[in-house]
Design a protein around this ligand. Structure first.
Ligand SMILES: [Cu+2]
Length: 599
């Protein structure tokens, strides 16, 4: 196997094949048969795969031949497109979504991030039986929110092969920001392999897609740098954990072609603008397994929403988007020039790319890819720090935080009030903390690293979004102090490719996780593995306790870094059964899945 190909350029082989494909597009254009995504202006340019306007939408699911990156492929399609069209709804509508299964296997659509009745959530075996071949299932629900979301299959591994699309909900009232034009940017990871083969490969050979193992040469380089004892100790530690220090992602660019709106980096989908406009980019990570670091060299991006919910503006140069998250950013290009939208996979094995340009056919420079990050002690965070609060230590260095104040002096005091997050309802300092031994609502858990973007990000290189930046505009309605804490460990065995909660795969658990109807609880997630996991709760928001007190952001998907301990507040107001899982597709399938029952 050509092991070096992933490190040099995963597309070099395909580039050779591209000539023919480019000709194909050219001749189609000559015949007036330009593909829809090539249409530069008008609505089709908002998103490359067309729009289905609500409130009534009909979707047909097929498996059919399409070209992806210029090669013959057999994706799942939604109304003939893969990934599927954008569904556009309005807040306040009653959505009617008719999904017809034209496959010879069951299917489903889950509306990711939407608050809706449990039988409309689209998870086979939890919300409904699924959609049988030949059947049409009609989803009906009131649209009670707005923002950038997405939809995808919740059946088997279908999502890996393009069974996903954007779901945009226009706000009933003015949003807290304005813009002149918008583009949807849907990131996916495509493979020409059968996803079942990918899964089998992961189960039979650890690191099958990971050709970035450290070599014996690296070992001696480490010895020179750190000395023999330290190096041997480090190596021993990795061996004991049956992990490689370079397992950043378990499926990589060696099989994946990273797509932006269904198009490969070489196809270079172009999002158009006029100089001086303010543009809203709705970025969705609809990947099965890939995190991306997104930036547009030459443009500042202002983050204005996370997971569909507005946040106070955060100007950044780059943001990491976990699988299943969405971010809305504003950019304001002043010049009549092209910019590269660059989404580098977290493991640096490849990238997705598009161009933001005033005219078609333009391109800007593609940035150099960063080196593969190494999961050293730093990346392991709280685990190695012997219970030390890494995040707390980091807070101290932050100018905008508490300056030189010592947190230990604040014992027993009301942190949220101290940090100017607003009132804490005038309650006594000891409230919550002493009686129940709990942190004040909104306080960051010891062991969290909300001030860090994560592995492979150099905070000195550019301003990168971190979870602690996310701040709501107003407090969320339920101000109750959580009545209890529920702790779940994220567990796994990389070598056997088993992923689980509390050491138990979904097939091994006897019943659902119980939330008491209408209770307010704190969910604590402790990542005991060496990988990031994007944890998704259906049916209810999770208010991420990122240290912003009353103004903590609410999310549907939380990225938990290796070794990290994070928490979220939940109002269990959605009676019924809901899926709760890691959104890495193969982790979910391997058992990192639970049912939450609210009753
Ligand atoms: Cu996972």
């Amino acid at each position: 196997m050509a092991r070096s190909s992933v490190i040099t350029h995963p597309l070099s082989r395909r580039r050779l094949l591209k000539g023919g494909a480019a000709l194909g597009i050219g001749s189609a254009a000559a015949l007036g048969l330009r593909p829809a995504w090539a249409d530069p202006w008008g609505q089709t340019n908002t998103y490359a795969k067309g729009i289905e306007e609500g409130p009534e939408v009909a979707l047909a699911i097929r498996r059919e031949s399409l070209e992806i990156d210029g090669q013959a492929a057999l994706p799942y399609t939604i109304n003939g497109e893969s990934p599927g069209p954008m569904i556009r709804l309005k807040e306040g509508q009653d959505a009617v979504l008719r999904v017809t299964n034209l496959l010879d296997e069951p299917t489903s659509i889950h509306w990711h991030g939407l608050i809706l009745p449990p039988d409309q959530d689209g998870v086979p075996g939890v919300s409904f039986p699924g959609i049988a071949p030949g059947e049409t299932f009609t989803y009906r629900f009131p649209v009670r929110q707005n923002g950038t979301y997405w939809y995808h299959s919740h059946s088997g591994l279908q999502e890996q092969l393009g069974h996903a699309g954007p779901l945009i909900i226009d706000a009933a009232e003015r949003e807290p920001f304005r813009y002149d034009r918008e583009h949807v940017l849907l990131l996916t990871d495509w493979t020409f392999e059968d996803p079942m083969t990918v899964f089998r490969n992961l189960k039979t050979a650890e690191g099958y897609y990971n050709f970035q193992e450290r070599t014996i040469a690296d070992f001696f380089a480490d010895v020179r740098e750190k000395g023999f004892a330290a190096t041997a100790e480090m190596r021993g530690m990795w061996a004991k954990m049956r992990m490689s220090s370079r397992d950043i992602a378990d499926v990589t660019g060696s099989t994946y072609t990273y797509l932006l709106n269904g198009h490969s980096p070489e196809e270079n989908w172009t999002a158009l603008f006029k100089a001086g406009e303010r543009i809203r980019l709705r970025v969705i990570n609809g990947s099965a397994m890939s995190y991306f670091d997104v930036r547009i060299p030459g443009l500042k991006m202002t983050v204005v929403a996370a997971d569909g919910q507005p946040v106070q503006p955060v100007p950044v140069d780059e943001f990491r988007i976990a699988v299943a998250e969405t971010y809305d950013v504003l950019v304001a290009p002043e010049d009549d020039t092209a910019y590269t939208i660059f989404a580098e996979s977290m493991d640096r094995s490849g990238y997705a790319r598009a161009t933001l340009a005033p005219r078609e056919g333009m391109a800007a420079e593609i940035p150099e890819r960063r080196r593969i990050a190494d999961r050293g002690m730093e990346a392991m965070g709280a685990h190695d720090m012997g219970g030390m609060d890494h995040a707390g230590m980091e807070d101290m260095n932050d100018a905008d935080d508490m300056g030189s104040m010592d947190h230990s002096e604040m014992e027993g005091m009301d942190h949220s009030a101290m940090e100017g997050m607003g009132d804490a309802g005038g309650r006594e300092p000891s409230d919550g903390e002493d009686e129940a031994g709990m942190l004040a609502p909104g306080e960051a858990q010891p062991g969290s690293r909300y001030g860090q973007a994560g592995i492979g990000i150099d905070p000195e290189a550019r301003r990168t979004l971190v979870y602690r930046d996310l701040k709501a505009f107003t407090p969320w309605p339920d101000r109750r102090i959580p009545g209890r804490e529920l702790e779940l460990r994220l567990t796994g065995n990389m070598e056997r490719y088993m992923w689980s909660f509390d050491g138990k795969k979904f097939s091994e658990v006897t019943g659902p996780i119980h939330f008491e109807k209408d209770e307010r609880l704190r969910l604590i997630l402790v990542n005991e593995t060496m990988m990031e996991h994007p944890i998704h709760l259906h049916g209810m928001w999770m208010e991420l306790e990122n240290g912003q007190g009353e103004l903590i952001p609410r999310k549907h998907t939380l990225n938990i870094k290796p070794g990290e301990r994070v928490s979220a507040l939940i109002t269990a107001d959605a009676e019924g059964s809901w899926a709760f899982h890691c959104h890495l597709l193969y982790h979910m399938d391997a058992g990192m899945f639970r049912v939450v029952k609210v009753s």
